[in-house]
Design a binder for this molecule. Structure first.
Ligand SMILES: Cc1cc2nc3c(=O)[nH]c(=O)nc-3n(C[C@H](O)[C@H](O)[C@H](O)COP(=O)(O)OP(=O)(O)OC[C@H]3O[C@@H](n4cnc5c(N)ncnc54)[C@H](O)[C@@H]3O)c2cc1C
Length: 545
């Protein structure tokens, strides 16, 4: 199996030089840009509009210890428990300690979070949390408020934005050590055609391109989340860690067997407010499955739904139901966004059951990094969902990710304000397998991933997925027209290959990686799996904890 080692695009016809270039404009990228900006020339390169990533879609909110009855120790314990043995405890402690500051920082930038009865924050509880500690905004419009706040502040602070600009590949430096010199960019028109290609040279490059949701046909992630940063890092020789741990959200709005696009999330907070999961016979799904019942961790709920669907109760095998009727008339006020989506689908949550199914939601693994955002390459940083920091381990605790994006993004920006890496001249681009995948083949990749690398993985399914992806990879070529769609198709393939091979290599069930043949974690398997590309071939290395 070989995937391209560089995206095919025209020769560069322009160059720019800045101090810091940030790839992506979600919470992580904007936080980094904003914190670096006071003293640095910062350019955000983003392939669509500013708000096209997952951040704007987040519903639940940010996890932080704000209730006097809650403690840092309990937030740490809940996070470690969800992470199933693979969290870096020190990273978790740093996250938890900084989380309340992240909330007050956002407020000082103008974010409005929902107030509680006593005037402090209204706090919700989500799956896996032992306390109410999720700060939210506009009911279920938390991400939109965070995106709005950061957009305005970044632009007002003088961060320059190059939108409809696609980060293709890193430009490495000519240096004794591995160092980055910049990034190759394709400027796009509104239809995704390439209008020109150029190079942005920078002393620091921050990858903040979000997760990999769109490598699956069934996903809560918006269209822009195609694993570009993971693929770009792999092509540059970096390692991505623990990619098999894809969290499947148990409840997206089920919209029929042929739905391929982003699917509306029905936030866990709905269950936090009293909704319960039912099968087609009206029986409770989570009763007796876990002490926290409908608020059990996401992997537990997703697998329970998957199992109930495979029983085909009353002939229904592709969705179950959420009964939110106990929430009553409060529903539309507390969940205005979900209410709109349900109304569009002809469902009234105060009277009807909501059809739901699991879908790919969050990538726990990513570019090997840490809570300071540094990577194996000098001058190159990774923040947000694209990064592996050790916080999430084998499964993310709900609402820890926006907090992580804010905390690590701000740290990286601040450290770049304090000190920039040395400038380095660029090296000649290595000659490799330059190519692209035709956009029409992305659907096959996505369906293969949803069918065979989903909630419950079988050895046969994983082997089939790896073979299918290899056959699709054989179709990459230099005869494909470079467009946003073909760049994304190639990145979807590359990221999917990393996830499928890591899933096939992890011979245990742990966190959100569930196999049918080995149903429990194996203590002897307490390892990380690092994926890299060696001359376009996938390579997996076990790294002991
Ligand atoms: C429906 C939904 C609900 C969620 N709810 C919550 C929640 O309640 N709490 C929580 O903590 N987390 C939640 N999450 C997860 C959370 O939203 C994400 O983990 C977080 O927003 C990631 O932020 P980010 O900045 O890393 O990436 P994103 O916000 O996804 O931003 C990525 C950016 O990179 C850009 N980009 C991508 N590729 C390229 C490229 N090649 N060139 C240039 N630009 C590129 C994108 O256009 C985008 O601007 C939710 C996610 C979804 C999808």
């Amino acid at each position: 199996m070989r995937v391209p080692t560089a995206l095919l695009a025209a020769e560069a016809t322009w160059t720019r030089s800045v101090d810091v270039v940030v790839l992506g404009s979600g919470a992580a990228g904007l936080a980094a840009a904003l914190a670096a900006r006071p003293v640095r020339k910062v350019l955000i390169v983003t392939k669509d509009t500013l708000d096209a990533g997952s951040t704007a879609w987040a519903q639940g909110g940010l996890a932080a210890v704000l209730d006097p009855g809650d403690t840092f120790a309990e937030h740490v314990r809940d996070t470690l428990q969800a992470g199933a043995g693979l969290c870096e405890e020190d990273a978790v402690r740093q996250l938890v300690n900084d989380a309340p500051t992240a909330v007050s920082y956002l407020e000082s930038l103008g974010a409005a979070f929902d107030p509680g009865a006593d005037g402090s924050h209204a706090l919700t509880r989500e799956g896996g949390h032992s306390h109410s500690r999720i700060v939210h905004s506009g009911g279920d419009r938390s991400g939109a408020e965070i995106q709005r706040t950061l957009d305005i502040n970044a632009v007002n602070a003088g961060v320059e934005v190059l939108d409809h600009a696609f980060a293709l590949d890193l430009v490495m430096g000519r240096s004794d050590k591995r160092q980055v010199a910049g990034v190759r960019i394709a400027l796009l028109d509104m239809n995704g055609a390439v209008t020109s290609v150029g190079v942005v040279y920078a002393r620091a490059v921050v990858i903040a391109t979000g997760g990999v949701g769109q490598i699956f046909a069934s996903t809560s992630n918006p269209r822009a989340v195609t694993g570009d940063g993971h693929a770009l890092a792999l092509r540059a020789g970096l390692r991505v860690r623990d990619m098999e741990f894809v969290q499947f959200h148990p409840t997206v709005l089920w919209q029929g067997v042929n739905a391929l696009d982003q699917q509306t999330l029905i936030s866990e907070a709905v269950r936090g407010e009293g909704a319960v999961l039912l099968d087609a016979a009206g029986d409770r799904i989570m009763k007796g499955v876990h002490p926290q019942e409908d608020l059990a961790p996401r992997d537990v709920v997703a697998i329970a739904i998957h199992e109930r669907m495979s029983r085909a109760v009353n002939g229904v095998d592709d969705h179950v139901f959420l009964d939110a009727r106990p929430i009553g008339e409060r529903f539309s006020e507390r969940f205005p966004f979900i209410t709109e989506a349900c109304t569009r689908a002809g469902i009234d949550p105060t009277k009807d059951l909501i059809p739901v199914s699991p879908a790919a939601h969050y990538s726990c693994g990513g570019i090997l990094s840490n809570m300071d955002g540094t990577t194996e390459v000098e001058g190159l940083f990774a923040v947000g969902e694209v990064a592996y920091t050790g916080v999430h381990g084998a499964n993310r605790l709900a609402s820890n990710s926006l907090t992580e994006s804010l905390v690590v993004g701000t740290r990286v920006g601040r450290s770049l304000a304090w000190r920039l890496p040395q400038a380095v001249p660029s090296a000649e681009m290595a000659v490799g397998d330059v190519g692209l995948l035709d956009e029409s083949l992305a659907v096959q990749v996505r369906q293969t991933m949803s069918r065979h690398v989903g909630v419950l993985r079988t050895p046969e399914g994983l082997a089939h997925a790896c073979d299918t992806l290899a056959a699709i990879a054989d179709k990459t070529s230099q005869d494909i027209t470079p467009t946003r769609a073909s760049f994304e198709a190639t990145n979807i393939l590359t990221a999917a290959v990393a996830v499928a091979h890591a899933a096939a290599a992890r011979k245990e069930s742990r966190g959100c990686h569930r196999r049918s043949d080995v149903t429990t974690p194996m203590d002897s398997s307490l390892v990380h799996l690092d994926v890299s590309l060696v001359s376009g071939e996938i390579s997996i290395e076990e790294v002991a904890r």
